[in-house]
Design a protein around this ligand. Structure first.
Ligand SMILES: NC(=O)c1ccc[n+]([C@@H]2O[C@H](COP(=O)([O-])OP(=O)(O)OC[C@H]3O[C@@H](n4cnc5c(N)ncnc54)[C@H](OP(=O)(O)O)[C@@H]3O)[C@@H](O)[C@H]2O)c1
Length: 272
């Protein structure tokens, strides 16, 4: 497992996504992931699985302080009156006193972000979150966020070999922000890609492992693939024992220029 060092703290670059995993499936896969060596778990208020994720962490027997746990505040809770109570509810469900990372899940459609970002800062100051960040923010929204002086560490966005994020990524690198790649397997679509499959044959790896390695080999990048399948859980973690050549990195990087597109169901933000 490799780590990004952010504000002096090592953060596991590979995490487990949990969107669409619920109840005992979510609890079971989180427990198995931690037993297998995963140390970064991504959930959200919207996923309706915070209770199960918390249960999986406890059942794993891995100490809470060893796990990097992220959750996200849903837009309907960004209102000043609801923000912090919703975070408290998340903590209650997760059965923990703090999360390691608290994110704004999506920028609100009508509320200005300057109205709710201070609540994110308060959550951090009150010890409810060790680190804070945003998700699905475009460059303009990130600029406005940094102007508030909040010490955000990451923007979690859709990123995989079939989607070009070079402009956003370049800007984030210049400003010291890590990119957390969600849907890093393009929700499974990357697995059928002929180039990723042929590069995989060369390294003795699957197309999914090539897609993940391609992300993790980039500067300041993390990835949070989701699976509810124990074999794929193991497969997705076995990406630290090989390195893609510069040439293969570039070839995979060109895939997104061949009509790559988003797979995420939500397109709420202005991406220009
Ligand atoms: N911030 C946001 O707005 C946002 C949006 C979307 C997602 N996310 C986060 O990012 C996480 C990952 O994104 P995602 O769930 O959209 O997509 P993803 O991780 O790209 O893909 C998940 C899909 O790929 C399959 N899969 C996983 N590993 C595989 C492998 N090795 N070989 C073949 N298929 C494999 C999974 O099926 P099985 O489960 O059957 O293995 C599932 O159908 C989410 O769970 C969530 O935590 C955040």
């Amino acid at each position: 497992m490799t780590h990004l060092t952010i504000q002096g703290t090592p953060i596991p670059a590979l995490g487990l996504g949990t969107y669409q995993a619920r109840g005992s499936t979510a609890a079971g896969i989180v427990r198995q992931a931690l037993e297998m060596g995963y140390r970064h778990i991504d959930t959200a208020q919207f996923y309706a699985n915070e209770e199960a994720v918390g249960r999986g962490i406890r059942e794993s027997g891995v100490g809470r302080e060893e796990v990097f746990l992220a959750t996200k505040v849903w837009p309907s809770n960004l209102d000043k009156r609801r923000f912090l109570p919703s975070v408290e509810e998340s903590l209650r469900k997760l059965q923990t006193e703090y999360v390691d990372l608290l994110l704004i899940h999506w920028p609100h459609a009508t509320l200005p972000l300057e109205s709710y970002l201070p609540e994110l800062g308060k959550a951090r100051e009150q010890g409810k979150a060790r680190f804070i960040g945003v998700s699905n923010f475009n460059i303009n929204q990130l600029e406005r966020t940094l102007k508030t002086g909040l010490p955000i560490i990451t923007n979690q966005v859709e990123y995989h070999p079939l989607l070009d994020q070079s402009r956003l990524q370049g800007w984030m690198q210049e400003h010291g922000l890590a990119l957390t790649a969600y849907s890093p397997l393009a929700q499974g679509k990357a697995v059928g890609n002929p180039l990723l499959q042929s590069v995989g044959k060369k390294y003795g790896k699957s197309a999914a492992q090539i897609a993940l390695r391609w992300i993790l080999q980039q500067e300041q990048a993390m990835a949070i693939p989701k699976t509810s399948n124990p074999e794929r859980l193991k497969e997705n973690m076995e990406v630290f024992d090989f390195e893609l050549s510069e040439e293969d990195m570039a070839r995979i990087g060109e895939l997104s220029s061949q009509g790559g597109r988003r797979v995420s169901a939500f397109h709420g933000a202005d991406w220009d």
